[in-house]
Design a protein around this ligand. Structure first.
Ligand code: S3P
Length: 445
């Protein structure tokens, strides 16, 4: 887990990046595959699962609640589930490490089971707001108690007591969050009647797609109020074969790296292009990036293609705030692209970045400023004046703040600096992209 010893790393620029990279399985889809398979009766098989620390935390928690989860020598994960309603009382606390997705979605599952569970996490996760799931799940009947020593009454460590039967609710999302949406829908799986979530702004829809694939009765209706997602409770899930597509949020680092390092051309194979996740490609193309989609196909019910990205001069843009949810995890790396672009980039309407694995607005403002970029921090984003392709000075110490995406974004920034950057801790990269640095070594020329 990320509580392991810090791993500092110094990085310098090198030549162009060339070759083909295969990104690991999508993190959001991997979590959901393990959870839903863990509730289906019979054997599900998952290929392409992300074997990062966050997803392994989900696997461990589902095992602790009775699911039988094994990784075969062939890399295929075989899961025998307990059936909806069949989760067992875990004997020890559920250790969530750095993973907000594991925590919030599992809280949803447990809310409608008659079990009690304690959630613990690392320093980053223990500072993140859980009120956003506690509120709707309490309306459904679950009870939450903060532990002495927690940073706040709605922060980890938390103990929750689920209830069966829970009460179905209709819940309008106060923040654009797929984790909150999914928590309520997952609680609804074992709740009599219909549970509804109203989503004024669309967020990633992997839960809806995959729950349908597992046989749950999920309907989605577009209304003037937003999308209304309804799930019929006391569902029975049928086991599935799932192929997890490559993670667009991991591909994002290569897209920007190839765009900003002169002479680069990378093929990024098997990238998930679900429209609720593809905002960065749209933003980079607006900036002038050269990104081609090849071999479009469907993998595991999700649109996928290979991306070919060539170096191209980038120009600053005003990032449309309405695409924020579809690129919410990609802002740190977009900020790096903006720091090298010609002119000004205004990225606002992204206040959610303040409650990610770190405060990604403040952390990236500090990191890019240290590297010599021109950055102004505003409450809901950053305004960045780019170098017009000139390298940043570098020669700076960067704090990654237990945040994998900060570590990887500033690694990419180092490829466009005159002097080295030293990142204080790149160990968090293991949460979502364990092979990131091996891949970087393989494509540097
Ligand atoms: C996720 C949703 C997003 C995203 C996170 C994964 C998911 O979080 O940032 O990395 O898998 O549902 P929010 O729901 O907080 O926006």
């Amino acid at each position: 887990m990320t509580s392991s010893a810090p791993r500092p790393l110094s990085l310098s620029a090198a030549g162009p990046l060339r070759g083909t990279v295969r990104v690991p399985g999508d993190k959001s889809i991997s979590h959901r595959a393990l959870m839903f398979a863990g509730l289906a009766v019979g054997e599900s098989r998952i290929t392409g699962l992300l074997e990062g620390e966050d997803v392994l935390a989900t696997a461990a928690a589902m095992r602790a609640m009775g699911a039988d989860i094994e990784r075969g020598g062939d890399g295929v994960w075989r899961v025998h589930g307990v059936g909806v309603g069949g989760l067992l009382q875990p004997r020890t606390a559920l250790e969530m490490g750095n993973s907000g997705t594991s925590t919030r979605l599992l809280m949803g599952l447990i809310a409608s089971h008659p079990i009690t569970a304690t959630f613990t996490g690392d320093a980053s996760l223990s500072s993140r707001p859980m009120g956003r799931v506690i509120d709707p799940l309490s309306q459904m009947g679950a009870e939450f108690t903060a532990s002495p020593g927690a940073k706040g009454s709605k922060c980890l460590p938390l103990t929750m007591r689920g209830i069966c039967p829970a009460v179905p609710i209709e819940y309008r999302l106060p923040v654009a969050s797929a984790q909150v949406k999914s928590a309520v829908l997952l609680a609804g799986l074992n709740t009599p009647g219909i549970t509804r979530v109203i989503e004024p702004v669309p967020t990633r829809d992997h839960s809806e797609r995959m729950l349908r694939g597992f046989g749950a009765d999920v309907s989605v209706e577009q209304t003037p109020e937003g999308r209304i997602i309804a799930i019929a409770g006391e569902a029975e899930l049928r086991p599935q074969q799932i192929e997890v597509p490559g993670d667009p949020s991991s591909a994002a680092f290569w897209m920007v790296a190839a765009s900003i390092v002169p002479g680069s051309e990378l093929t990024i194979a098997n990238v998930g292009l679900n429209p609720t996740r593809a905002g960065l490609i749209q933003a980079l193309r607006m900036m002038g990036a050269d990104i081609t989609e090849a071999q479009p196909r469907t993998v595991g019910g999700e649109p996928v293609a290979d991306l070919i990205v060539r170096h191209a001069p980038l120009t600053g843009i005003e990032v449309p705030p309405e695409i924020a949810p579809s690129m919410i995890d990609e802002y740190p790396i977009l900020f790096v692209a903006a720091a090298l672009a010609r002119g000004r980039t205004i990225a606002r309407g992204a206040e959610e970045l303040r409650v990610k694995e770190s405060d990604r607005i403040a952390t990236m403002a500090a990191a890019l400023t240290a590297a010599g970029a021109h950055v102004e921090e505003v409450p809901d984003g950053l305004i960045i004046d780019g170098t017009d392709g000139d390298p940043l000075p570098g020669d700076a110490q960067i704090a990654s703040k237990l945040d994998h995406r900060i570590a990887m974004s500033m690694t990419v920034a180092a490829l466009a600096c005159t002097r080295p950057l030293t990142i204080d801790d790149v160990a968090p990269v293991g949460t979502s992209y364990p092979d990131f640095y091996q891949t970087l070594d393989a494509v540097r020329r």
